[in-house]
Design a binder for this molecule. Structure first.
Ligand code: URA
Length: 182
C-alpha cells in the first residue's frame, strides 16, 4: 500500500472518475461509508436513485431493509463499511456491465486493502459473481467461504426482500451468523 493511501484519497479519486460511461449520467458518485477500522465490509451492486442523489450507499428502500437487518443482528451501521461494486448509478438501475464492473473494481480492492476487514459480506448475485465468480446466491447464501486468505459471508441483496418479505428473516439470519463470527 502507498504511504499516503486512505479511504478519503480513494473517495476523492472516485468523485472525479471518468473511467466508464456511468460517469456521464451520474449526479453523485457513491464511494462508500464507514470507518477505516471497520471489521466488516458490505458489498452491494450499484447505487440507485436515492444513493445517486445523496452520494451515500444504501439510503433508499433496500437500505432500510439492510439497516433493520443490521439492527436485529446486533451490529451498528456506524461500525461497518458499506460500498458497491460500481460507484456510480447505472441508468434505470440496470445491472452494471462486465466492463463497468471491471473498471471500478480497483477502487473496491484499494478500499478493502486499507480497511483489512475480518470478513466481507457479499450482498446479492452481482457482487457474488464479480468478487468470487459465484453462480447461485440462493444455493450458497449463509455460507462463509475463504478465498486467498480473505473470509466472505454470502447473502441475498436486501432489494430482493422488498416484495418477498420472507427473505427479510433470511438476511437477518445470515448477518447474525456473520456477527457471531466476529
Ligand atoms: N442497491 C445497491 O446495491 N447498493 C446501494 O447502494 C443501493 C441499492
Amino acid at each position: 500500500m502507498l504511504p499516503d493511501e486512505s479511504l478519503e484519497k480513494v473517495a476523492s479519486e472516485i468523485r472525479v472518475c471518468v473511467r466508464c460511461k456511468l460517469s456521464l449520467s451520474r449526479q453523485n458518485c457513491v464511494p462508500g461509508d464507514g470507518p477505516n477500522s471497520a471489521r466488516v465490509v458490505f458489498i452491494g451492486e450499484a447505487p440507485g436513485k436515492n444513493e445517486d442523489k445523496t452520494g451515500r450507499p444504501f439510503v433508499g428502500p433496500a437500505g432500510r431493509i439492510l439497516d433493520d437487518a443490521l439492527h436485529k443482528a446486533g451490529i451498528e451501521r456506524s461500525r461497518i463499511f458499506i460500498t458497491n461494486i460500481v460507484k456510480c448509478r447505472p441508468p434505470g438501475n440496470r445491472r452494471p456491465s462486465k466492463e463497468e464492473s471491471a473498471s471500478c473494481i480497483p477502487y473496491l480492492e484499494r478500499q478493502i486493502s486499507i480497511i483489512g476487514p475480518r470478513i466481507i459480506c457479499i450482498l446479492g448475485s452481482s457482487a457474488y459473481s464479480t468478487v468470487l465468480d459465484g453462480k447461485s446466491i440462493m444455493k450458497d447464501r449463509g455460507k462463509i467461504i475463504k478465498r486467498n486468505g480473505q473470509e466472505y459471508l454470502i447473502t441475498i441483496h436486501p432489494a430482493a426482500a422488498i416484495y418477498n418479505k420472507d427473505l427479510r428473516q433470511v438476511l437477518v439470519d445470515d448477518i447474525s451468523r456473520l456477527v457471531s463470527y466476529l
